[in-house]
Each structure stands twice: as C-alpha cells, then as structure tokens.
Design a protein around this ligand. Structure first.
Ligand SMILES: [Zn+2]
Length: 324
C-alpha cells in the first residue's frame, strides 16, 4: 500500500478536480435499448491538504441496496464535505443496469464483479467494470466496496480481506466490523484487479439483497468513518462498542430436508455443538425436524427464506477464530 500520499492530480474523463474542490463526475456507461443514457456518478471530495484518496463504492451488484444507502447517506449528510486532508471518491451505485432491474447482474446475466478489468468492446458487465478500472482506480490509494448477502441470505456485518494484499488486514482492524474474514481473491473481481494495482480494497458484506437493514448500514458507516479518522481526514468517529472477531475458518450448514424453514438462532450469535438452531416442517406442518449445530462457533450468515430445498445453505458458521 502506498504511504507517501503526496498531492496529485485527479482527472476523471477530462474533468480535473483540483485540491480543495468537490464535484460530481458523470461517467457515461452506455444506453438502454430505449436510448436512455446511463451514467455512473462519482462524487469527488478533495481537501487542500495531501492525504490518501479513498474509493468508497457500492452497488457493483445492483440489488445490494444496503451499500448504496451507506454511500448515498454519507454523501447526503456531508460526511466528506470538509475533509482535513486527502480525497474521497464516492460512488453509491456502480451497476446502474442491475439496480433498475432489481438484479445483481447486468441484463445479459453477467456479473460486473467477475468482469474486471473490463473492456470497451466487451460485454455490458465488462464495459461497466472498465469505467472503474480505467477512470477511477488509477487515482485511488485504498478502497471500501460495499456488498450484501444474496437473496434471503443475511450476512452479519463483516469485512472480507485477502492476506496476499499488503496492509489490508491492518485496515480491517481499523474499520472494526463485528467479523473479519480472510477470503481468497476472486479472479476478475474489483478486489483482485485493485490488488494487482497495489490498491487494498476492503469488501464489506452486511444484510441481504433488496432489503434495507439499519444495523448493517450503521456498522458499514461507522467503519468507514473510523477509517477516515485513522488517516486524519475527519475529526471524529465513534469507537466500536462490539468485540471484533477474526474468523479464520468457516463452513456452511446445509438443509438436510426440504420444507418450511424457521431459524431460532441467527447471525451474530454463538452456538455450541449440538445446540438446536432452527427447524424444518413439512408442508402440512405435521412433521417437524430440528437443525443442530455441527460445530461450536459464531453464526456469520443465515438464510431468511421461509421455504428451503434440501442442500440449500442455512447457516454460515465461523468455527475457528481469534478475538481482536
Ligand atoms: Zn455483492
């Protein structure tokens, strides 16, 4: 990770933002079949004093609304308006196509976060990814990228990092979410391409898609403020009141039966081996079977779906950990 943080030029699509200036850059990302133009909007905030440039992005998956709300509300509340040093590039919504379709992906079914670095003449997802790689990442020193779990899959607020990326585990401790989880870099993801450019990216996962969750939003915002405070960019951020648990090994408990499902233990809880965590009922409610914890550990994600099929993921359990 770069540590010099000298004052540099930020020029996004021929628009230069000088130190001390703030503006919104609309980055064209194509047109809908209806000929409606679409843009990714980057809100750029710059202090006159040198410091890091932090990318704060969300909505790479268009249906992951908690992140969009975290970045949107931070901009709306003016949290970056009086930076003491450095710069913030805030992008509340990367995948505009997915957002308008209530979808994680772009209309051709491709995942933007598996399409980096992207290409001008590539798929729609590759075109969206390219805008970030070419026009934004070259100016960035570190980033926070906001995500949620999938449909009905709730993630307890957690940061994912790769131990291959220098400096990122220290940043995760400064952010201080309830859980920090080491996860390998995924090919063609924003995190991997940024890693190749020596830019550490923290991936924050909280809540589930298409659903706002106040706790997830607050945790995501508080961690962002602690990160900005660490670099001297803002004056105050509240310290974490929760314990930070570093999960070193995790696995899923999957549904042994199909039917109606109801959890009795949820994300954020500790369970002991053999403890009941929920139950399945058949469609008439006459047969009931329990789900038990196979190992002791922390629940870092759970399934909110009322109906499950055999084999569906039910609980994500961190079974090896250290307290930070
Ligand atoms: Zn995501």
């Amino acid at each position: 990770m770069r540590v010099d943080f000298e004052q540099k030029n930020i020029t996004i699509l021929n628009q230069t933002i000088e130190p001390g200036q703030s503006t919104t850059v609309k980055m064209n990302v194509g047109r809908l079949p209806s000929d409606t133009p679409l843009s990714i909007n980057a809100h750029v905030f710059r202090s006159e004093n040198p410091g890091p440039t932090i990318l704060i992005s969300a909505g790479v998956h268009g249906d992951e609304i908690n992140g969009i709300e975290i970045v949107r509300s931070a901009v709306y509340e003016g949290l970056f308006s009086n930076l003491k040093c450095g710069s913030v590039i805030a992008i509340p919504l990367v995948n505009v196509y997915g957002f308008i379709n209530f979808s994680r992906d772009v209309p051709d079914g491709k995942d933007v976060n598996r399409s980096f670095p992207g290409a001008l003449k590539g798929s729609l997802a590759a075109q969206v990814a390219r805008v970030l790689t070419k026009h934004v990442l070259p100016f960035v020193d570190l980033g926070i990228d906001y995500h949620t779990g999938g449909s009905s899959l709730y993630n307890h607020p957690q940061l994912r990092y790769s131990k291959r990326t220098e400096g990122v585990s220290e940043l995760a401790k400064i952010f201080a979410p309830p859980y920090i989880i080491q996860k390998p870099l995924i090919a063609k993801s924003l995190r991997k391409v940024a890693h190749d450019m020596k830019i550490p990216i923290l991936v924050f996962e909280a809540g589930e898609s298409l659903r706002l969750d106040g706790y997830a939003i607050q945790m995501g915002k508080n961690g962002m403020l602690r990160t900005l405070q660490h670099f001297g960019m803002i004056d105050y951020a509240s310290s974490a009141l929760h314990t930070v648990t570093h999960i070193t090994k995790s696995s899923w408990i999957r549904a042994a039966h199909s039917g109606l499902f109801m959890w009795t233990k949820r994300s954020g809880s500790y369970v002991s081996k053999g403890e009941p965590m929920g139950f399945y009922r058949d469609r008439d409610g006459l047969k009931q079977r329990r789900v038990y914890a196979k190992k002791s550990g922390y629940i870092i994600g759970h399934n909110n779906a009322p109906v499950v099929n055999q084999g569906d993921a039910l609980f994500h359990i961190g079974f090896e950990w250290e307290k930070i």
